[in-house]
Design a protein around this ligand. Structure first.
Ligand code: IMP
Length: 207
């Protein structure tokens, strides 16, 4: 019987863990989350890029548990706002984070602006111990769209009701979960990660 490997997902978000568990099951990789690990590990996001933040989270957890860890960071970049809200997407309108206030702020910032181009970005960071120290890899995925002037749809979360996908003709909040998962920035980053672990990355799980 083939030996199964375990990947620890550096998140407290059960939804993300479920998504990844389903994606990785065919590859003989089991997924655990921080809830499965003893002790509280504080996750911080002090970086200026999604990549910095994803790596920071993965390194923190990998150093604590000394086994393979995957962390993710994501957000919305609006072209006319110079890439904002970017890494501040979750707390755009301040803390505690609130999707409705974030969306209202985004609409206010874009009031009167005709260029509505935007994209979602997701970066996954994989960090694992190996014989010579640590393996570190990052994988990114993007989804391009436009910010509407009023919300449409009730599915999803975050900026989904304002994010219109021209190739589909609907906002992300008007898509069923499986439709969103087929095209999302997160799914694309996961695909890149899965392609790597199917190939040269497979050795990173050898214990
Ligand atoms: P995080 O990756 O969970 O830290 O998400 C950062 C923030 O970016 C979220 O709180 C949302 O505001 C936004 N965001 C990231 N991915 C999505 C998405 O798929 N739909 C809508 N908003 C998103």
């Amino acid at each position: 019987m083939e030996k199964r490997s375990t990947l620890l997902l550096a998140t407290h978000n059960a939804h993300k863990a479920e998504e990844l568990r389903a994606l990785l099951a065919p590859y003989g990789i089991d997924v655990e989350t921080l809830a499965d690990v003893d002790g509280a590990i504080a996750l911080t996001e002090r970086g200026k890029t999604f990549q910095d933040n994803a790596l920071e989270k993965a390194r923190t957890v990998a150093a604590a548990v000394h086994r393979p860890v995957l962390a993710d960071d994501s957000g919305l970049e609006v072209f006319a706002l110079g890439g904002a809200p970017g890494v501040y997407s979750a707390r755009y309108a301040g803390e505690p984070t609130d999707d409705a206030r974030n969306n209202a702020k985004l609409l206010a910032e874009l009031d009167g602006i005709r260029d509505r181009r935007a994209r979602f970005v997701s970066v996954l960071a994989f960090v694992a111990p190996n014989a010579s120290g640590w393996v570190e890899r990052t994988f990114s995925g993007e989804l391009e769209g436009e910010i509407l002037t009023a919300p449409r749809g009730t599915n999803g979360f975050g900026y989904d009701p304002l994010f219109f996908v021209p190739t589909i003709g609907r906002t992300l909040a008007e898509l069923a979960p499986e439709e969103k998962n087929a095209i999302s920035h997160r799914a694309r980053a996961f695909e890149a990660f899965v392609a790597w672990i199917e190939g040269e990355g497979r050795a990173a799980f050898a214990r």
